[in-house]
Design a protein around this ligand. Structure first.
Ligand SMILES: [Zn+2]
Ligand SMILES: [Zn+2]
Length: 262
């Protein structure tokens, strides 16, 4: 499984980073996890073809995680001339929220495309769904967004990837990232506690409980971006726009096993 970080930013452009989107590929199947407003820009930068995406999985219904679908669907119809079906998996009410966003931004654009089918599915707690060969299991987290928010455990070909979405700390993250090869976790803040988001102070206190082999922090706000240079844990890395991660390779050296003791 190959992972490309399309957007590693928060909702507000901290550090000039793009909004959340992750691209996963495995044996010719390509999916997106989250689709912030800047996703098409990021795909163009990384040389990725939107028509190759068969499934878009959304963690929660905030604009910096799903609004890019408005542009994705318009581009598919009018620019990329897509003909293959698209699956969209998201929280309860995903289809209605997307239609509302589409109408607000491009009136008339919420009509279903003529040239290809769009099929919607809703997450069901801890219930795996297989899409494009990826086994996707959602676990509910804590991040008010008008519909249940989720973190995700995604498995393919023996490798495991976990993504927090946006959330304050919840042990659902331990479940989703249990023995994962790569865990991408939001870390919006630096010190103290923030409603709906994780800070480094909280995250570092949970590190001993996290069994993922490699951890990448993402969705960092200004303070956390400034602070990250002071963090020195061999298991903790930082997501960057355009970063490509070989998820399977992370299974080779068990670097995390030693550091977890310390
Ligand atoms: Zn966000
Ligand atoms: Zn959010």
């Amino acid at each position: 499984m190959k992972l490309t970080v399309l957007g590693s930013g928060d909702a507000f452009g901290a550090g000039g980073r793009l909004q959340t989107s992750l691209h996963l590929s495995a044996s010719k199947n390509q999916i997106l996890v989250d689709c912030g407003a800047t996703t098409l820009i990021a795909m163009a930068r990384s040389g990725l073809d939107p028509n190759e995406i068969s499934t878009v999985v959304v963690t929660h219904l905030h604009g910096d995680h799903f609004s890019g679908l408005v542009w994705f669907l318009l581009h598919a119809q009018h620019i990329a001339k897509r003909t293959t079906p698209l699956t969209i998996i998201g929280p309860r009410g995903m289809q209605e929220r997307l239609a509302t966003a589409s109408e607000a931004l491009f009136p008339g654009s919420s009509k279903p495309p003529q040239a290809f089918a769009v099929e919607f599915f809703e997450h069901a707690e801890a219930t795996p769904r297989v899409a494009a060969g990826f086994r996707i299991t959602p676990f509910e987290v804590r991040h008010p967004s008008g519909a249940p928010p989720y973190c995700l455990r995604i498995e393919s070909g023996g490798s495991v990837f976990a993504f927090s979405g946006d959330t304050e700390w919840t042990d659902a993250l331990l479940q989703a990232s249990s023995d994962a090869d790569v865990f991408i976790c939001e870390c919006f803040g630096c010190e103290g506690k923030l409603p709906g988001h994780i800070t480094w102070q909280t995250f570092s206190s949970k590190l001993a409980d996290i069994t993922a082999r490699r951890i990448y922090l993402t969705h960092m706000g200004r303070d956390m971006l400034d602070y990250r240079g002071d963090i020195n844990d061999p298991r903790v890395h930082f997501a960057e726009d355009g970063l490509v991660i070989d998820v399977a390779a992370a299974t080779m050296p068990l670097q995390g096993a030693a550091t977890r003791q310390g």
